[in-house]
Design a protein around this ligand. Structure first.
Ligand code: R5P
Length: 292
């Protein structure tokens, strides 16, 4: 197995290759003055090789998706036998259906393109709607980094007997996973999303957080608006220490500041997207899946 280090996930790719004891295919990368990407694999041929391309597709997602497609097609031209795309943050996966008539079905289009460029299998992490991913022709595996995040809180002793909270009832399974490690109990914060504006409001719900340490888990922190509201809401219900945890720290604009200003002790994320809060590496999770 050879690991191609996509420009968006060089560090993570290196860690995975180390774990697998696999050869790294370095990728020379530059951006042309007009913004187009140029990539070159430092290898003559990939004939009969099983190849893993590691590339997260966080912003600038269109550019990173194009880079991923270019790398896949290039590996196919170089006669790779089997190609797995490791895409920890899967751009466009939130548009997982037509919410309104006439809308694009983004994730379907992206998967089609990856398949067309020779990808046989996709591995992603905490996809927004794993059920949708099952509907495609090529296998898409969705791994969960929640146990790794929960383990981090446990090992670092950041919290005492914490309550794990999800954002929305649908995400309860996420905090059940966390609670199997943290064991302080779990619940959900009631959220309602406006399908037109996309904004989220919190609905009243009494939470078991009084004088308790709390960790709020979410798959993504993007603008930070949802998490900031949630932290404030939990603080108003007299929680003691409140931590924000996410798998994919997109952290657009002043997301981090907004959450901390509303009372979070710290925000912990993974290296699915490299960031200042990426304290937990998902490399072991991905390596394990790749060995299967
Ligand atoms: C939504 O369904 C996700 O789970 C996140 O809650 C959402 O993407 C967070 O977005 P933002 O940080 O912009 O509020």
């Amino acid at each position: 197995m050879k690991v191609i280090l996509g420009p968006a996930s060089r560090e993570l790719g290196k860690r995975i290759a180390e774990d697998l004891n696999a050869e790294i295919i370095p990728v020379f990368f530059k951006t042309f003055p007009d913004g187009e990407s140029y990539l070159r694999f430092d290898v003559e041929s990939l004939q009969n090789e099983d190849v893993v391309i590691v590339q997260t597709t966080s912003p600038p997602q269109d550019q990173r998706l194009i880079q991923l497609l270019l790398m896949a097609d290039n590996a196919m031209d170089m006669k790779a036998r089997n190609m797995i795309a490791v895409v920890p943050y899967f751009a466009y996966s939130r548009q997982d259906k037509r919410f309104l008539s006439g809308e694009v079905f983004s994730i379907k289009t992206i998967v089609k393109l990856l398949e067309y460029c020779g990808i046989n299998r996709i591995i992603t992490v905490n996809a927004h709607n794993p059920k949708v991913l099952k509907a495609f022709k090529i296998p898409i595996e969705d791994l969960s980094a929640i146990p790794l995040l929960a383990e981090y809180f446990k090992v670092k002793s950041l919290v005492e007997n914490p309550v794990s909270l999800s954002l929305g009832k649908k995400a309860l399974s996420v905090v059940k996973e966390a609670d199997s490690i943290l064991k302080g109990g779990f619940d959900y914060i009631c959220t309602k999303r406006d399908v037109i504006t996309g904004s989220v409001r919190l609905e009243d719900k009494e939470l078991p957080v009084k004088n308790r340490d709390v960790i709020i888990f979410d798959d993504i922190i993007s603008s930070g608006g949802t998490m900031a509201k949630a932290v404030k809401y939990v603080k108003e219900q007299s929680a003691r220490k409140v931590y924000a945890a996410c798998v994919h720290p997109l952290l657009i604009g002043d997301a981090k500041k907004r959450i901390l200003k509303n009372g979070a002790e710290e925000i912990i994320g993974t290296d699915s997207i490299p960031s200042s809060i990426s304290k937990v590496s998902i490399a072991p999770l991905l390596s394990e899946a790749l060995t299967k």
